[in-house]
Every structure is written in structure tokens, then in C-alpha cells.
Ligand binder design. Structure first.
Ligand code: ATP
Length: 291
């Protein structure tokens, strides 16, 4: 029986601008997204009959409720409908935290299923399936660095930045992306040009981090501002919330500075994850040959 183990990274939004509301109910966004080295382990193994999904994180659905199940089903339906798969997810990425963990697991499963079924689908076809699963899924097929536009599904891959480190700080509760967008007041958003930020060196980049969704989460959860301040006090060049939160991240030039800050901030009871930015193409050996 064939098995493929992939490591699905988290992402941070170095810039997140909400440009307006669309007639289909979604928002038009522009996001500068960066994969970071905090990984879920995703194992996809050929098995007898049907698709099974197990996951070791409390509160994450197993079986059909897991986004990984829907990803596998979609690939098998297009290539080998009768094939059975056993999927095991070991989660390290905090759940419903603005780090894209579920979307990243789904992207890893799309890639693994495609490989196990003979690689019939192109990157573009996998990304199209991904869009139907979650708006962050296509990013994880185009990373490590990309600008996402439209609802988040129109991707432009950018050259990765020179290596720097981020410290992810998570307060231990979840936020709902739907709730954040529902409460967004577009008159309060700044609609920053994320493309400009993408071209900055790390020092300036850190000073220019932007997230329009903080206009909703920061007033509702004062701890977000406190974590950002703690990061700056611990030496971060800049700090911002990722996605719809509540995780915030700080930027550090060196691993040593990042780990020193992790020790200091971790002592306040928040969960801390030091991670380098990912600078290699995601799933390069499995996706390179496809358009
Ligand atoms: P985003 O930043 O893309 O909005 P997020 O990081 O805030 O995503 P996720 O961790 O992807 O949020 O979780 C969102 C919801 O999806 C959770 O309520 C969770 O129960 C559900 N879910 C389904 N499958 C998974 C999975 N494999 N990993 C994490 N969450 C999953």
C-alpha cells in the first residue's frame, strides 16, 4: 500500500486589505500571504474501501466533517472514484486561529491524492478544486509567497523574501472568520496597497504590516493589542494580527532574537511558536511539472 507524508505549513498575512463587498456576499480582498515553518503532519495512505480521516486535535472534526475528507473526495471523484484512502492529521497549527491550518491540510491532501492517483491533475485544476473547499487553499498550492486577490482565490506567486523569523503568539481562544467579516465596517478599513509592501526589505516590511480585519477583532479582544505590544517590547521589528485572528505575529531578523522573545512572551501564558519564513516552493517536487 502506498503512503505519502506531507508537512502542511501555516501562513501569515503580511498585508490584508478588504477592498469592498461583492454582490455574491463575499468581500474583495488583496492579501500578501507568506508560508511559515509551523507544520501539520498529513499522512495519506492507500487503504481498502472509502476515505477515513483521523485527527489528534480536540474540536477538529474527523471523517466527512474534516476539510481533508472533502479534498480527497474531490480528487478521487476526478481520477479513481473507487480508491480507498486513510488520512491521518497530526495538528501543530492552532485551530481557527487565522493561520490557515485547515486550508493547508486540504492543500496537502489535494497534492498527496493527486500523486497517489498518478498525477493526472494540474496545479490549476487542484487550485480550482481548492477554491471550492476554502479561499486560502489555492495559496498553499502557489506559495511560499503570493498575493491573493478576488475572494482570495486569484493568486500571483511572488519571489520569496530573504530569510527572516516570525514569532506567532496565540491567546488560546478561537475566532470565526464569518463573524469577523459580518462585523466589518468598510468605512473603517484603510485598503492599503499590498503589492507595495511585498517589495520592501524586512525592516521596512515589519513597519508596514497591515490587516483591515483588526478593526473588528482588536476592539472585541483587547488581548490582541496586548500581544502586539508584548512582541514590540520583546524586540520585534513590527507586529500584526494574521487573517481573522486571534493569532498575532512579530517579525525578527534572526532566529536567536525570535527565540529570546518566545521565552519572554511565553511566560505570560500565551502559546508561542517561533518559525522561519518558508523560502522554498511548497510541494515543489510534486507540483513543479504541472502548469
Ligand atoms: P483561515 O485563516 O483560513 O480563516 P483558520 O486558521 O482561522 O483559517 P482553521 O484552523 O482552518 O481556521 O479552522 C476553521 C474551522 O475548520 C474550525 O472550526 C475547524 O473545526 C474546521 N476544520 C475542519 N477540518 C480541519 C482541519 N483539518 N484542520 C483545522 N480545522 C479544521
Amino acid at each position: 500500500m502506498k503512503e505519502l507524508v506531507l508537512f502542511a505549513p501555516a501562513k501569515v498575512n503580511l498585508c490584508l486589505s478588504v477592498l469592498g463587498k461583492r454582490s455574491d456576499g463575499y468581500h474583495d480582498v488583496e492579501m500578501l500571504m507568506q508560508a511559515v515553518g509551523l507544520y501539520d503532519r498529513v499522512s495519506v495512505r492507500e487503504a481498502q474501501g472509502g476515505i477515513s480521516v483521523t485527527c489528534d486535535a480536540a474540536g477538529v472534526p474527523v471523517g466527512e466533517g474534516n476539510i481533508a475528507y472533502r479534498a480527497a473526495r474531490a480528487v478521487l471523484d476526478r481520477s479513481r472514484p473507487g480508491m480507498g484512502l486513510s488520512i491521518t492529521i497530526n495538528k501543530n497549527i492552532p485551530v481557527a486561529a487565522g493561520l490557515g491550518g485547515g486550508s493547508s491540510d486540504a492543500a496537502a491532501v489535494l497534492v498527496a491524492c493527486n500523486v497517489l492517483t498518478g498525477g493526472l491533475l494540474s496545479r490549476a485544476q487542484l487550485a480550482e478544486i481548492g477554491t471550492g473547499l476554502g479561499m486560502d487553499v489555492p495559496f498553499f498550492l502557489h506559495g511560499p509567497t503570493a498575493i491573493a486577490r478576488g475572494r482570495g482565490e486569484v493568486l500571483e506567486t511572488l519571489p520569496p523574501p530573504p530569510l527572516f523569523w516570525v514569532l506567532l503568539v496565540n491567546p488560546g481562544f478561537e475566532t470565526s472568520t464569518a463573524w469577523v467579516y459580518k462585523n466589518l465596517n468598510l468605512r473603517l478599513t484603510k485598503k492599503v496597497d499590498c503589492n507595495k509592501i511585498a517589495r520592501l526589505k524586512v525592516g521596512q516590511l515589519a513597519q508596514s504590516l497591515h490587516n483591515d480585519l483588526e478593526t473588528v477583532t482588536a476592539p472585541a479582544h483587547p488581548v490582541i493589542g496586548e500581544m502586539e505590544q508584548a512582541l514590540r517590547d520583546a524586540g520585534a521589528l513590527g507586529a500584526r494580527m494574521s487573517g481573522s485572528g486571534p493569532t498575532v505575529f512579530g517579525i525578527f531578523e534572526t532566529e536567536a532574537a525570535c527565540r529570546t522573545a518566545a521565552e519572554r512572551i511565553g511566560s505570560r501564558g500565551w502559546k508561542v511558536f517561533p518559525a522561519p519564513v518558508v523560502t522554498e516552493p511548497l510541494y515543489g517536487e510534486y507540483l513543479r511539472s504541472t502548469p
